[in-house]
Design a protein around this ligand. Structure first.
Ligand code: CIR
Length: 254
């Protein structure tokens, strides 16, 4: 698995009007833009080319582009996001992805899926069943992905917004996850870094070609990640956290 490209979208001035379950207050727009800028520069510094799409004030969550698609080397699947207010985001993401993938399909309306629920590790997909992703969504992804030799595992998620809010691949056959995840049979062939309860947000760590980008301010997780021996960049994500977002949500990587 090697990433060469990312698609991101500039946060809209309306970003504080997006969906959130957090009680951390409203994000500051200037700080949101500065944190987004640091994120894009980090991807560039790791050698990725980045397409940065224009802001869309009608869609306050639209900079969380990860939720609008699943992109594998062989195909792209444009999702039908679980939240009604986010469904219109797919219309402008599809043309940006079509430049990179010949095989591009759209989910049906009965299927719900947010890309934040989809973790791809080599030829396996782990898909969270959450308030945003339903069984029909998993079935539609599986129907497409199995044509290309992928195995798709559905994972019940009982806390957090998305599967990748707390489970991510961090290189060296290792997953970072919470206590709930370690006993899941689908994850048994991986090594585990187990998150401390008070640091679960740091489970949203991003692996890019054997570099790690992790949210700033989670010292116990940082120490555990350092043991992997990979270069680590810590980024301030305070404003995205206020809107239930983090590092993986801010881009589609492929
Ligand atoms: C939402 O609730 O949809 C946004 N406020 C946050 C989406 C975060 N996306 C992600 O983790 N992939």
């Amino acid at each position: 698995m090697h990433y060469g490209h990312a698609i991101a979208r500039i946060p809209a001035i309306t970003c504080a009007q997006g969906l959130t379950t957090s009680d951390l207050g409203a994000p500051d727009f200037a700080r949101t833009l500065a944190q987004f800028d640091a994120y894009i520069h980090t991807l560039l510094s790791l050698g990725l080319t980045v397409t940065t799409l224009p802001d869309q004030s009608g869609f306050p969550d639209s900079h969380f582009v990860e939720d609008t698609a699943v992109i594998a080397p062989e195909f792209a699947l444009i999702t039908h996001p679980g939240a009604p207010s986010r469904r219109g985001e797919v219309h402008t993401i599809a043309p940006a992805i079509a430049r990179h993938r010949v095989v591009m399909e759209f989910m049906s309306e009965r299927a719900h899926m947010d890309g934040g629920d989809v973790l791809m590790v080599d030829k396996q997909f782990f898909v969270g069943l959450t308030s945003r992703t339903n069984e029909a969504g998993v079935t539609e992804l599986a129907k497409l992905a199995e044509n290309y030799g992928y195995t798709v595992h559905a994972i019940e998620v009982s806390e957090g917004l998305h599967l990748k809010s707390i489970v991510n691949y961090v290189g060296k056959n290792t997953l970072i996850l919470n206590e709930e995840g370690i006993n899941h049979p689908a994850f048994k062939d991986f090594n585990h870094i187990v998150l401390a309860k008070e640091e679960e947000y740091a489970g949203n760590t991003l692996w890019i070609n054997d570099n790690l980008i992790t949210p700033k301010g989670y010292p116990d997780t940082l120490k555990k990640l350092e043991a992997l021996g990979l270069p680590i960049i810590s980024l301030d994500t305070s404003e995205f956290k206020k809107m239930d977002g983090g590092l993986t949500c801010l881009s589609l990587r492929f």
